[in-house]
Design a protein around this ligand. Structure first.
Ligand SMILES: *Cc1c(COP(=O)(O)O)cnc(C)c1O
Length: 226
């Protein structure tokens, strides 16, 4: 199966899921997650219309970016360490995995040195699984309020990963929780905070995510697997 065919099928399935949910497919962005994928395949996906690239490691993004360039948006979707903040600010257009004030502060410092604004998402652990990254839903508001006070970080939304399961429907409670959390937090009207972006849904569960209001899907295997 070629990347072109995979992407066409994927877009078809996203459109159908959006239609079922009474949503406009144009409101749903696709981030092609390219961890472990070589630059040739990434370029092929870009030639087929991919505009958002997701990487989960700073080093891997640093290795690939010179041959791919910045005409696409680069998203950091994996766990970020404070000591990698400088490199992350240089490499990424959005950091989706903010889960602590220490990482936010490290990014703030680097962004203000470089005179740039970083778009960020706060990662929420909606599955309750201990090995998952992210703040608990209860902690999200206080982290968001603290980040909102940082001038160089612009919070655009929330990100989550559902528990891995062979049954996509199992992901629904996680995605619903994230949407409802965003709705509750929007009502608080925290200054400088927009929560329009809901980054949720991967290869195994993106249709459920679309039904639950995802505005950004992060998909690797369904695009790049042979
Ligand atoms: C790998 C990864 C994805 C994509 O997963 P697939 O199942 O390959 O689609 C999405 N989000 C994050 C954070 C990832 O690490």
């Amino acid at each position: 199966m070629s990347i072109k065919t995979n992407l066409e099928r994927l877009r078809g399935r996203i459109e159908s899921a959006a239609e079922r949910a009474g949503r406009n497919p144009a409101d749903i962005k696709l981030v092609a997650v390219t961890k472990t994928v070589g630059v040739d395949k990434i370029k092929e996906a870009i030639d087929c219309g991919a505009r958002h690239i997701g990487e989960s490691r700073v080093l891997e993004a640093a290795e690939k970016q010179p041959s791919i360039g910045r005409s696409v948006e680069w998203h950091m979707v994996g766990h970020l360490q404070s000591r990698k903040a400088k490199q992350a600010v240089e490499l990424f257009d959005m950091i989706q995995s903010i889960e602590s004030i220490s990482v936010a502060d490290a990014l703030e410092r680097r962004c203000s040195e470089m005179g740039r604004i970083m778009r960020v998402l706060v990662e929420v652990n909606t599955s309750g699984e201990q090995q998952k990254n992210g703040v608990s839903p209860e902690e999200a508001e206080s982290l968001i309020r603290r980040i909102a006070a940082r001038r160089s970080l612009r919070i655009e939304g929330l990100m989550t990963m559902a528990a891995l399961s062979a049954e996509p429907e199992q992901a629904r409670p996680s995605f619903r929780l994230l949407r409802e959390l965003a709705e509750r937090l929007r009502e608080k009207d925290i200054e400088g905070v927009r929560l329009d972006v809901l980054s949720m849904g991967m290869s195994g569960d993106f249709e459920i995510a679309v039904e639950e209001g995802a505005t950004m899907l992060r998909i690797g295997t369904a695009i790049f697997a042979e």
